[in-house]
Design a protein around this ligand. Structure first.
Ligand SMILES: [Zn+2]
Length: 593
């Protein structure tokens, strides 16, 4: 990156890093290890008040929001067969069975095992489902929305998921992101579903073809929640949002008390140096992540949408850092423009090389459609060979520990040295955004990533759909950005130009993040289902199949995708125009030479 766009440390950073320690954080872990932080519960409110009391003790200003959020709370459930009973956990937003339970014939549908975090949320079924209508399906994996909705669509009356290990993992099966609206309420799951552990599930396979009975219990409704947000004022009211969930399954130490403790330490460290910060910092602890499908972060996105859109310079999600034996950075999420920043911060603080995972439609990434450049989610992992040696299967947190989303996620899952090291990564990353003269984002990375996807879509469209405008507008944007970064890097831009470039970078985030990650509108929330990059163009890959089958749907889909392509091409066009305007200003202000 050119000199004018440094991603490295400034004078403040060493002082911030010297303040890294985990005393207040460790006390929080010990307190939270006694609190079952189910959203809307008394113990979760106690946890929020603990965070508030700690912020008060540290002198950090904060707000305690109190939204009512729509939750689904799993209760003790079972599968009964041949007179015996197996313990089961329903995923949040499964439907309770009526009095007397749900009886049905058990049908087994094998599913491919997840190979890692990246396909944990995907539907892993073949195309030819057996007849499951009116039956109770037995399959493998976690009760994730893709699988649950696929079986429901095939007419299954109930579902049982065989988890991969000896513990049953809690989870959530609705695809509705945050609290439902009248428009998406109908897509809420409509049938009972449960998870069982692997030994029980394997035995249950003997009952295939027999009648089994599900007893599924959940409580669903509106619950009062608490949502603390710390405000650390820097010189400008532009701010960075750093956030993580504090509700959990059971006492959830690795997922996510360690993140809550990290957020508290960040509040302490940055508040102490607030007078030296160029930009402001907001630190948020979300409720309703586990039982409201990111209901807390979504509520904040909805109620603070305009100020986030106008003034938020980037977002960091903190989930499951610093866990036991987690020393590798082999699956770290960041949006492309934040790549140089993230990779360098991790390398500078830890000496490790981070490997990127393109952000999934998961976690509290509730700000994609507002257009916030976002990075991190899970951070460090147990090394892959160690996980394999331990017989660990893929999970969605706890540094890869299979204690994730179970009763085993207790103090042993946290590791203090790893927490301090990861805290350092966050401190460096945040400081480099807050105090950068020019925001440390490289949108040439974003364009080059998007160009790869556009090439794929152009190839998939073949002669069936003309995507040349998408490609041309993106190329124009790429050229404009090359010129801009070269010009900014060549000299010492004056304050007016610096301000214009920073404003431009916010505009580019607002345009390019939604194009890269979302299908719906700016203030809406796409469902919690896997998104293909540039989701508006995802269905381009269906065209050739429709053409081969002489489907009468082909011209309708072509028609639809032409409109989506216009949306995408126009986004690139507007981004290029914005870059051009700032480039002109930059050239006009440059000393004649
Ligand atoms: Zn989590």
């Amino acid at each position: 990156m050119p000199a004018g766009l440094a991603t490295g440390p400034d004078a403040l950073e060493p002082d911030l890093l010297r303040a890294v320690s985990f005393d207040a954080g460790w006390s929080l872990l010990e307190r939270f290890s006694t609190l079952v932080r189910e959203s809307g519960s008394e113990e979760e409110h106690v946890a929020a008040e603990y965070i508030g009391a700690e912020l008060s003790r540290l002198g950090v200003p904060f707000e305690m929001h109190e939204p009512d959020l729509y939750l689904s709370l799993p209760r003790e459930s079972s599968v009964e067969w041949r007179g015996g009973s197996i313990r089961a956990k329903p995923p949040s937003f499964a439907v309770p069975t009526p009095d007397g339970g749900l009886e049905g014939e058990l049908v087994y549908v094998p599913a491919a095992a997840a190979t890692g975090q990246r396909d944990l949320f995907a539907k892993r079924l073949g195309d030819d489902l057996p007849d499951v209508a009116g039956k109770i399906v037995l399959s493998e994996g976690y009760a994730m929305p893709g699988m649950v909705s696929a079986f429901e669509a095939a007419g299954a009356a109930g579902q049982i998921f065989i988890n991969p290990g000896r513990n049953i993992h809690w989870g959530i099966c609705t695809s509705i992101w945050g609290t439902p609206t009248t428009r998406n309420l109908a897509t809420k799951p409509g049938t009972p579903a449960v998870a069982v552990n692997n030994p029980d599930g394997e035995r249950l396979k003997e009952a295939v073809g027999e009648t089994v009975r599900l007893e599924v219990r959940l409580e669903e409704g509106w619950y009062p929640c608490k949502l603390p947000v710390a405000h650390i004022a820097g010189a400008s009211d532009e701010f960075m949002l750093v956030h993580g969930h504090y509700d959990s399954w059971d006492v959830g130490i690795g997922d996510n008390a360690v993140g809550d403790a990290t957020l508290l330490e960040l509040a302490r460290i940055f508040h102490a140096e607030a007078g030296r910060l160029k930009r402001s910092l907001r630190i948020a602890w979300w409720p309703a992540h586990s039982t409201g499908r990111y209901g807390g972060s979504t509520w904040y996105a909805d109620t603070h949408a305009l100020e986030l859109r106008k003034r938020c310079v980037g977002a960091i999600n903190i989930d499951s850092p610093g866990c036991w034996h987690a020393t590798e950075y082999d699956d770290v999420m960041w949006m492309a423009e934040a790549g140089p920043l993230c990779a360098r911060a991790i390398a500078d603080v830890t000496g490790k090389t981070a490997k990127r995972l393109r952000p999934l439609r998961a976690g509290d990434y509730s700000f994609n459609q507002i257009g916030l450049t976002s990075f991190y989610m899970l951070l460090s992992n147990i090394p892959a060979d160690e996980r394999a040696a331990l017989g660990f299967y893929p999970t969605g947190g706890c540094g890869g520990n299979i204690a994730w989303h179970t009763e085993d996620d207790h103090m042993g899952v946290a590791e203090r040295a790893n927490l301090e090291r990861d805290l350092g990564v966050y401190v460096a990353s945040i400081a480099r955004v807050l105090n950068a003269r020019i925001l440390p984002y490289d949108f040439r990375e974003t364009v080059s990533e998007l160009a790869g996807y556009v090439d794929d879509y152009v190839a998939a469209a073949g002669e069936l759909l003309d995507l040349s405008a998408v490609r041309t507008e993106l190329e124009t944007l790429g050229t404009a950005l090359d010129d801009l970064y070269a010009a900014v890097g060549a000299g010492e831009p004056n304050p007016a130009v610096v301000a214009a470039v920073n404003e431009l970078f916010l505009d580019l985030s607002r345009i390019l993040v939604p194009i890269g990650y979302a299908e719906g509108g700016a203030f809406d929330h796409d469902p919690a289902l896997p998104r293909t990059p540039i989701p508006r163009l995802a269905r381009v890959t269906e065209l050739s199949g429709l053409a081969d089958g002489n489907s009468e749907m082909l011209p309708f889909l072509v028609n639809e995708l032409r409109r989506e392509a216009n949306h995408v091409a126009n986004g690139f066009h507007e981004a290029a125009r914005a870059v051009g305007r700032v480039l002109a200003q930059l050239m006009a202000s440059a000393p004649a030479g």
